[in-house]
Write a new protein. Structure first.
Length: 334
């Protein structure tokens, strides 16, 4: 993306951003009224002169002092996740998140959504597509994740043409356990809106976002910092957190149980910690079992941080013919 195009795209979210070093607002000097272009014409500059360049790859790096690599996450893991999203395995949770936003969104008003720990970007792309009135930001500490996310949204069309890399929404998803085939992308009928998400490299523990500015914060299978989440959400803002259910990827766990510290996953501790910081509005359990091909099983084996320590030979030994996606969606005020 040309720096000027990224600067144009960034302007509408400028009021939402804050310097991660000092918390002050940013300006984009290329938009000042002086005639001569300033030296940092494609950088965000805060009132204390901390400066962050806009990347040609379509994101802004607002985590300068970090390694930009969350432990256990790498480019091939994000690529496997992208393919599984595209094949529709996570369509029910995508649908449920979108429905929660629709239920709590302010009527006829623009609103801001942050996906904190967005990975390869499929959720922000879907939300931006479904809610043209929303400013949608995806943030992740991993440069690999945000690079993949910016690429994914670059392939979102600016007209109603089919999108590349966009997962389909399974309209008939229910919260019951079923053995079924996932919804597949339907590029001939899907309608896509040109509302593209904004991408930030940033840390959940020090969000580069102004206080009291967001209507929704998504936190999907990602670590949380509830004090930060409470700071950036408006008083009436909604936190949508997705945590693994007890049977999430049970078939992968079963294959590597001897290598896991706890082969039975228990999410009650995570849920209790959340409850001690937030007022619960709704909790939904989404549990689906899908049949999978050997190729899809290999993608599942490689898309989870549970297996990042395994050798290639060990990964190749993982095989199963069905997979359970069991997730809990928790909607709260914080
Ligand atoms: C299991 S992945 C989930 C990604 C995405 N939400 C999804 O469901 O596909 C967890 C993500 O959290 C990110 N992450 C971990 N620690 C983080 C931090 N302190 N700040 C921002 N992102 C972080 C990782 O880079 C990774 O992309
Ligand atoms: Zn600053």
């Amino acid at each position: 993306m040309k720096p000027q195009a990224l600067a144009d795209k960034t302007l509408p979210i400028l009021p939402l951003l804050a310097c991660p070093l000092c918390g002050e607002p940013f300006s984009l000097p290329c938009f000042s009224l002086t005639n001569a272009p300033p030296p940092n014409s494609h950088s965000l500059i805060c009132t204390h002169n901390h400066c962050f360049d806009l990347s040609r790859k379509g994101y802004i790096n607002l985590a300068p002092s970090h390694s930009q690599q969350a432990d256990n996450y790498h480019a091939s893991l994000f690529e496997c996740r992208r393919q599984l999203f595209q094949q529709g395995f996570y369509a029910p949770v995508m649908q449920a998140i979108g429905d929660a936003i629709a239920a709590y969104a302010p009527t006829n008003q623009p609103f801001a959504v942050l996906d904190a720990g967005c990975g390869e970007g499929s959720y922000p792309c879907q939300i931006a597509n479904r809610f043209p009135q929303a400013r949608v930001i995806g943030l992740d500490l991993s440069r690999d994740a945000i690079t993949a996310a910016a690429k994914l949204s670059a392939n979102m069309p600016t007209t109603n043409k089919p999108a590349i890399g966009m997962p389909a929404i399974n309209q008939s998803a229910t919260a019951e356990s079923t053995v079924t085939k996932p919804a597949t992308a339907n590029p001939t009928t899907a309608k896509y809106h040109p509302n593209h998400p904004h991408w930030l490299i940033g840390n959940i523990n020090r969000l580069p976002i102004r206080s009291n500015s967001l209507s929704f914060l998504l936190n999907i299978l990602t670590p949380a910092d509830y004090a930060e989440f409470s700071r950036v959400l408006r008083k009436d803002g909604i936190l949508i957190k997705v945590i693994p259910g007890k049977d999430y990827l049970a078939e992968v766990r079963a294959c590597i149980s001897s290598q896991l510290q706890n082969d039975e996953y228990e999410n009650e501790r995570v849920f209790k910690h959340l409850q001690s910081h937030a007022a619960l509005l709704e909790r939904q359990s989404l549990r689906h079992t899908y049949t999978v091909t050997p190729e899809q099983a290999a993608l599942f084996a490689r898309m989870t941080p549970m297996t990042t320590h395994l050798s290639m030979e060990e990964l190749e030994c993982i095989s199963f013919s069905q997979i359970t996606i069991h997730l809990e969606l928790v909607i709260c005020n914080i």
